[in-house]
Design a protein around this ligand. Sequence first.
Ligand code: UD1
Length: 417
Amino acid sequence: MARFMVVGGQRLQGRINVSGSKNASLPILAATLLNPGESLIHGVPQLRDVDVMCEVLQYLGARVTREGGTIRVDAGQINCWEVSEELTRKMRASNLVLGPMLGRFKKMTVSHPGGCDIGSRPMNLHLKGMTSLGARITEKFGYITAQTDIVRGAEIHLDMPSVGATENIMMAAALSKGITRIRNAAREPEIVDLQNFLNKMGADIKGAGTDIIKIKGVSSLGSTAHTVIPDRIEAGTHMIAAAITCGDVTVANVIPEHVESLIAKLREAGVQITVGDDTIRVSARGRPGAVDIKTLFYPGFPTDMQPQIMALLTMADGTSIISEMVFENRYKHVSEFRRMGADIKVEGQTAIIKGVTKLSGAVVEASDLRAGAALVLAAMAADNGSVIENIDHIDRGYEKLERKYSALGARIIRVHS
Ligand code: UD1
């Protein structure tokens, strides 16, 4: 198990480049299964979750080759219609192959993902969507099979704008007979990127980015090349890194519109933000002001930024309240922040954070990807040194994080035990 050793107290300064989006890359890689030929995806970050998705594609019979940030997938020889439990355990998003496999082959078996560290995360909305498209669903020994003779367009109303369910339905319906409308669809930028990729392959999809997506099924999809959008959660994490270390950092390769809710909250907290075309300069002096946060579906404040903004608010001048509205159990980082001297009380879905003047270094453990990133932020701002255990979680979603922050002046090294 690897860990980070961090010596806090350095002001981050300089320019940092954001990698391609993990959460756009995963569904787009899954969508390559819809094409019996070759697809070329550029700008894919080198991350563990991407490795797992490539493993899933290979397991199904696709040929996957990688050169830097470019991944070539040839899905001409698919010879397996089931994703093993082992792969699903490595990454929940492995289940994003359900939609494209049902769309192209009319059958697919995935393993039930069960719960995870941030909540129960069921798949009922994915399955309701597949059922509406004509699939029969059977569940046996922890595996879910979706099967049909024909995928037919349908009117689907999601109880909740689930990102994964919206993506799975879009991919299955792309090759259906007839028209599908997803109402109360997720509006995340990653959904728009998936629509753009599918349309380049020959699909006929409109409305991504709004809450109604219309998919006119086509009979086949073909080869194309696509570059994924920049990662808005990585960008947001760097913006907080600048603010929490009272630094001055230009975050480059970012789409400012994708991080508007964070920009608004940082400005409210007194952080200086200058927005360019594809850059955001963040500078701060002294403690931030307290702000209240409610996580919501896009364009609301992202749940994937909740642990990082909490790191900043632990040192705010005043009391902040965070309401976590998307996941029911996303406060595992709180106990670790407390070890660093933070004053946080959790009541149900609400966290009350009384700002302290300074955190102090401690040995802490990353419980999940974003919680891990938040601990790095806190450790960079704390007095003394910290050790962050279990950083495998961080590698799932951040490309060379320690190198990027070291280049800005942070003192952080990776230690393999
Ligand atoms: C995606 C992101 C993840 C982010 C999350 C919410 C990827 C690979 N992951 O995850 O980083 O934290 O969106 O922004 O893109 N739900 C149901 N039934 C379902 C599906 C979801 O009740 O069938 C609930 C979940 O429990 C959760 C909420 O809907 O409370 C949102 O989940 P969802 O949008 O589906 O998240 P993911 O797609 O898994």
